[in-house]
Design a protein around this ligand. Structure first.
Ligand SMILES: [Mn+2]
Length: 311
């Protein structure tokens, strides 16, 4: 399932847009190992909107991704059948109906035996994806890269938005919170009670200070306790410093460098990754060169590489 030679200038036919990493476009996940899927929904955003345009920006910026991962020493597109399954037909004016269509599509993906790798969309879309993946694998371990804990209870009187997916995931039994690690958390919060839920359920938080002071190798060592069982990786692009990834809805200064982000995703290689997402790319806020979408495209490549090595 590899396009060779891969010419980044090979324009798609009229009426089409580029595919993720120049991979084939397919209408069904049947026969795939990894299904790349756009989730163009940002109705769960509380501040700057725009992540609904993330998938198309990431597709465009992914066209220079080559096929060999020299660090992990893997040809992911030879090892796995990977293709672009297009975007989910979300309902921009209804989060409930959008969640239903996301779960329905992801149920198809997991029923076909494929691992989903979704591109958001805001972070609310992770919850309906977890509903499908957990239905197949049981309660999931989670590695969650983010500036924010996303475990709040509700906002504006709603239980569903991009600040609540992980609390809902624990409440619904989709996540094993004792096998959940958050990385990159920072920025002003409401108070220490923002982490009462973590303490109550045993969720581990690796704040950005720990990443910077202890180093990425130390963080990689923390991940090792998740070996064995199924693990889902959710990567909010705002985990990366806005100097490297400004195109997002709720930027927080003082984050991961682009290099640290790549190193930390590669550190998942010892884990049994069963699905992943990269969310919160909002191209309207992006910098020159669409660096945020480019960052997300490279994270996708590292995630597929890790999946190719899954234990
Ligand atoms: Mn988030």
């Amino acid at each position: 399932m590899e396009l060779e030679p891969r010419n980044p200038f090979a324009s798609p036919r009229f009426g089409q847009i580029a595919t993720f990493m120049l991979l084939p476009a397919v209408s069904s996940p049947a026969g795939l190992d990894v299904a790349l899927i756009g989730v163009p929904y940002d109705g769960g955003t509380s501040y700057r909107p725009g992540a609904r345009f993330g998938p198309r920006a990431v597709r465009e910026q992914s066209s220079l991704i080559r096929t060999w991962n020299p660090v992990l020493k893997v040809h992911p597109f030879q090892r796995l059948r990977v293709a672009d399954c297009g975007d989910i037909d979300v309902v921009p004016i209804s989060i409930e109906r959008t969640f239903e269509v996301i779960t329905a599509k992801m149920n198809e993906v997991v029923a076909a035996g494929a691992m989903p790798l979704a591109v958001g969309g805001d972070h609310s879309v992770t919850l309906p994806i977890l509903r499908s993946v957990a239905r197949r694998h049981g309660p999931l371990g989670i590695v969650h890269f983010d500036a924010h804990p996303d475990t709040w209870d509700e906002y504006f009187g709603s239980k569903f938005f991009h600040g609540t997916p992980f609390r809902r995931g624990v409440e619904e039994g989709l996540i094993d919170p004792r096998r959940m690690i958050q990385v990159g958390i920072r920025g002003p919060l409401y108070g220490p009670e923002d982490f009462a839920f973590h303490d109550q359920h045993g969720i581990e938080v690796i704040r950005i200070e720990a990443v910077k002071e202890q180093g990425t190798a130390w963080v990689a060592e923390r991940f090792r306790r998740l070996e064995g069982g199924p693990v889902y990786c959710s990567f909010d692009i705002d985990a990366v410093d806005p100097a490297f990834a400004p195109g997002t809805g709720t930027p927080e200064v003082g984050g991961l460098t682009s290099y640290e982000a790549l190193v930390l995703v590669r550190a998942l290689a010892e884990l049994n990754i069963v699905g992943a997402d990269v969310v919160e790319v909002a191209p309207q806020w992006d910098g020159p060169g669409q660096v945020t979408a480019l960052m997300a495209a490279n994270l996708m490549f590292e995630l597929v590489s890790v999946m190719a090595l899954r234990r």
